[in-house]
Each structure stands twice: as structure tokens, then as C-alpha cells.
Design a protein around this ligand. Sequence first.
Ligand SMILES: Cc1cc2nc3c(=O)[nH]c(=O)nc-3n(C[C@H](O)[C@H](O)[C@H](O)COP(=O)(O)OP(=O)(O)OC[C@H]3O[C@@H](n4cnc5c(N)ncnc54)[C@H](O)[C@@H]3O)c2cc1C
Length: 325
Amino acid sequence: MGSVLCLVTAAEGAADEVSLQALAAASALAAGGAVHALVIGEAGAAAAGAAAHELGAWGATQVHVATHPSLTSFAPDAWARILADLADTLGVAAVVGPGSDAGNTVLARVAARLDLPFAANCTQVVPGDTVVVTRSRWGGSLLEEAAINATRAILTTQPHAVAKTSTGGSAAVATFAPTLDDADLAVRVVGHVDAAKAGVSLAEAKIVISGGRGVGSTDGFAPIEELAGLLGAAVGCSRAVTISGWRPHTDQVGQTGTKIAPDLYIACGISGATQHMAGVKGAKKILAINKDHEAPIMTGADYAVIGDLATVVPAISAEIKRRRG
Ligand SMILES: Cc1cc2nc3c(=O)[nH]c(=O)nc-3n(C[C@H](O)[C@H](O)[C@H](O)COP(=O)(O)OP(=O)(O)OC[C@H]3O[C@@H](n4cnc5c(N)ncnc54)[C@H](O)[C@@H]3O)c2cc1C
């Protein structure tokens, strides 16, 4: 179907896994045509050497490295401009990126700039005059098959849905200075706040106990913290909680939070909205503590305690302490 351009995000001098997966989709789409990879910014400069060897081995036939003195941190509008301009210069038939937060943010902007539709989080791509994709929607609860009726397909690949493919090839690397102005840099990362490192990490914990709106307040999490301490569990929460400011966003479980895969997930005062459940699909067992026996979470739960969490959670902690003597 022609040549394809793929955005590659990199950290510490190496392309990330989700970008290599996107590159595999780009190669499949190109079906023998040229596969251009674009690495941008500070990371681009650092990754240039690695990209020359690495990206060729993962399907790229040409690597473009964009460096600019103002690109010292992630700036989605600037990245989108660079990607869209390069797509026009190369005349590619499709632009692909990783379905990470950064990838989706940039590719959505590319589509807006080019006035083209955008297919996010594709799990499968079928090349052709009209590209056909399967994409994950509604937090993974729906798979949609769609034909992209556009002069150029713009899409991202759902992380871990497409396997990265080693081709053992090599790619030429060309560095260039993109044209940017102040407006392109108005939105940019100006600092990083490290997540609190104390305790067990949500993503890796064997047991996660989350609180929802039913917890009622920041202080309402004290009994949940106590139970988590007894079980060596991590504490999570629903978006209703982060929006209320009771817990930081880093604690949020779900579609727009952390996706977890514990052996046991205990959901306290959480209704079980689709977007929340999208984050707990990997849990082996779910225990719901809720005063409403008809709450949606009951359909996904393995066990349930119907009652007031303010009574049930301390009762579980008390029983654990009693048994442990
Ligand atoms: C694009 C998008 C992305 C989203 N991403 C996420 C996400 O990543 N994570 C997420 O969680 N949500 C997400 N949401 C929000 C989601 O749709 C729900 O609004 C949210 O999950 C509801 O949180 P909740 O279950 O805590 O609150 P509610 O839906 O209000 O439920 C509260 C529950 O607590 C129970 N309850 C109340 N008091 C008690 C008590 N004393 N004891 C026991 N039970 C009690 C109630 O019966 C009820 O079931 C997203 C929404 C959108 C639109």
C-alpha cells in the first residue's frame, strides 16, 4: 500500500517495547514498502546510535532523528508537527504510533492537523487501499472492526496486542532539524513528580485493596490502610476518589489509572463501572464489599460481603489480628 511512517518513543537511549510493537504493525501495513521510523528530541539524540542498529532489526528501513534545542522535554504539539510535516514530505500512506499515553496524544494531534480520522488502540491492522483495523474500545470491553476511509491512515497500536517482530535488517539514520515555533512548545512537560515509593507497588502487588466513593473521605481510608498493612497489600482507589481529591491519581485503578493483576482484589464501596473494571481484568479473584447487593460490581466479583464498609473492613482486620494472636 506504500510507505509507512512510525513514531518511536525512547527512554535511556533505547526504543521502548510499545514502539517496537507499533513498528511491527507499520511493517505489516507497508507490506514490503518503506518503513520510516521517527525518533524525536533529547531522547532522539541519545537514542540515535541505538536506533541505527536497533530499529533496523525491528522492521525500519529508514530512521529519522529530529533534534532541536527547544525539544528538551515532551511537547505533544511540537511532536505532532514534526510527525505530520515528515509524513507530508515523505508522502507516506499511513502514520503509526504506540498506543501509550504519549503516542495517543501525539497521533490524535497529527490527525487533527491533517484533518484525517484517527484509529486509536488497534489490535490488528490489515493493509490495503482501505486499511481495516480492529481496535479496542471502552476500556477493552468492545472490539470494533473499522475501515479507515481516508487518504492516509493514522493509527496507534494497543500496547502488547501486536508482537514486536525481529527482521534482522538494518536501517540508515538521518538526523534533521525540524521547523518549530513558540506555539508548538506552549504545551510541554516542565517537571516530574516521583510517585510515592513507600509500601507495595499497585502494579505488582499480590493483593490490592481499593476504596471508592463509598469510603466517604480521605480519613475514611484509614481502616483500608490498616487492612492493607496486615495483608501486605497495596491501596488503590476509583476515579471518584481521585476526582474528590481524597487520594492521588497514582493510586487510581482503571482504564485511565493503573491496570493491575493481583491474586486478590478487594473493592470497597466501588460500584464497578466499566472504566474501573477495565483496570482489574487481570485480577484472579475479586471480593466486593458494598452495601448495595445490586451494584454492577457483583456481576464481576467472585465473593461479596453486603454491608457497610466502615463496619466490614475493621471487622476483617480485627479477625486477622485475633487469629494471629
Ligand atoms: C473516560 C473515562 C475514564 C474513566 N476512568 C476510570 C478509571 O480509570 N478508574 C475508575 O475507577 N473510574 C474511571 N472512570 C469513572 C467511572 O465511570 C465511575 O464514575 C467511577 O469508577 C465510580 O467510582 P466509584 O465506584 O467509587 O463511585 P460510585 O459509582 O458512586 O459507587 C460508589 C459505590 O459505593 C457503594 N457504597 C456507598 N457507601 C458505602 C458504604 N458505606 N459501604 C459499602 N458500600 C458503599 C455504593 O453502593 C456504590 O456501589 C472513568 C470515566 C470515564 C468517562
